[in-house]
Design a protein around this ligand. Structure first.
Ligand code: ZN
Length: 231
């Protein structure tokens, strides 16, 4: 089975639309979202609607939780807090209700899916590096864990697996709507459960349009600029 995984869309409709077109073209069997549909960008309502209609499963992200009032904003920096308050004022009560129904994790066969980390998924820890990943392998229930949250794609393998056990693997699928690895192109993953192959897909999209909407909405300028930098 081929599964497309999207994460950290962050209300970027221009990026999401391009990613969904590519997924359609690839004829995957399933589409799963690892959270943060909203926050930062200017199209939260449209992104929630699209993701809800196109995916089989959605994990709760910290920015989704903030917009639905189930996450303390004190944890956020000024930019994230401003975007969360704006998003909260734009999305519908039904959309907030829907967000509150989302799970922190999904475990299915060999797969463990979370937004941040398999250990304490509700605490929103980050995986940016091999070092961050190394402390998380023991917490994986299954063999392969797919995460988002840091917006930095990566493929990490357990160095010293338990005897006779296959090495566990953590795949950080990167971000559709706000990449932070100095490559501004959107990022998502297609994973093949039969061959265990992971493909990282990077695509250009209309960054200027997405950034322009952020500026016109009165959201922090930095949130528009960083899309162009990919950082
Ligand atoms: Zn995010």
């Amino acid at each position: 089975m081929k599964i497309a995984f999207l994460s950290d869309i962050h209300s970027n409709l221009e990026a999401l639309t391009v990613a969904l077109e590519e997924i359609e073209r690839r004829k995957v069997d399933r589409l799963i979202c690892l959270g943060d549909i909203v926050g930062y960008g200017a199209n939260p309502v449209e992104c929630l609607e699209l993701v809800q209609s196109k995916t089989s499963d959605i994990i709760l992200g910290n920015h989704d939780a903030a917009a639905a009032n189930i996450q303390d904003l004190a944890y956020f920096n000024d930019f994230a807090r401003a975007a969360a308050l704006w998003t909260m004022s734009i999305i519908s009560d039904e959309q907030k209700e829907f967000i509150r129904s989302l799970p922190y994790e999904i475990k299915e066969n060999d797969l463990h899916l979370v937004h941040g980390t398999p250990g304490e998924p509700e605490r929103w820890h980050y995986i940016f590096s091999e070092y961050d990943a190394s402390s998380q392998f023991d917490a994986i229930d299954g063999r392969i864990c797919l995460v988002g949250h840091s917006h930095v794609p990566g493929d990490y393998r357990e160095k010293n697996p338990v005897e006779n056990a296959p090495a566990k693997r953590i795949i950080n699928i990167g971000s559709v709507g706000q990449p932070r690895d100095r490559d501004p192109r959107l990022c998502f993953v297609i994973y093949d459960t039969e061959t265990d192959e992971v493909e990282f897909i990077r695509q250009e999209y209309d960054i200027e349009a997405a950034a322009g909407k952020i500026r016109r909405a009165g959201l922090p300028e930095f949130l528009a600029d960083r899309l162009l930098w990919g950082w």
